[in-house]
Design a protein around this ligand. Sequence first.
Ligand code: HEC
Length: 188
Amino acid sequence: MFRIALVTAALLAGAAQAQDLEALKLDTRKNALPVLPKVVAMMQETVAAKGPVEAIPVCKVQAPLLLKEQADKTGWQMRRVSLKTRNAERGTPDVWEARQLADFNIRAANGEKVESLETGEVVSENGKPVFRYIRAIPVGDVCLKCHGPVDKVDAGLKRQLAASYPHDQAFGYEKGQIRGALTVKRPL
Ligand code: HEC
């Protein structure tokens, strides 16, 4: 009897934790994900109106700014990371993020849809619980202008990018691949 009660309690605790995790994911999605389509739309509009060179600031300034605005609003940390960065200073993943990105590549290879790849996990940092969330950023048509195969990138644009990013690894992508991820860290 006692053993059954214990098992039931453990099961209930597990179920409650799973429920908490779902609620955390839901709330994080709601507050962080709208930035992604905003950047895509801004990129499409700017490339169409002014050309790709003039659109560089969308990825360099506007995207980080929109994330910062959301971060300030929520008190959570938010940034973009990639396994092949253009700006390593800003976009190099930490160990947890690198592991999730590698996992995303495996999941995508196994047929999961890139647009909905995500992980949410409660981890311990310096003895305190932190909720970490990461969501894949897929390569769309407009992204190829600056992240596509290097021989297909406009020469003038390539010069501009090379001047700012001597260690650029963010070429060579195809549509539908994982460009990187949006990552969120929130203290609990
Ligand atoms: C006009 C050129 C241009 C286009 C088009 C473009 N990007 Fe970028 N992208 C950049 C530049 C420049 C950086 C480096 C930004 C910085 O300095 O932090 C960058 C960085 C990134 C990063 C951060 C990681 C890294 O590599 O440093 C992600 C993620 C990213 N881009 C995704 C996208 C996606 C998704 C699209 C399509 C919606 C896209 N980009 C379209 C120029 C572009």
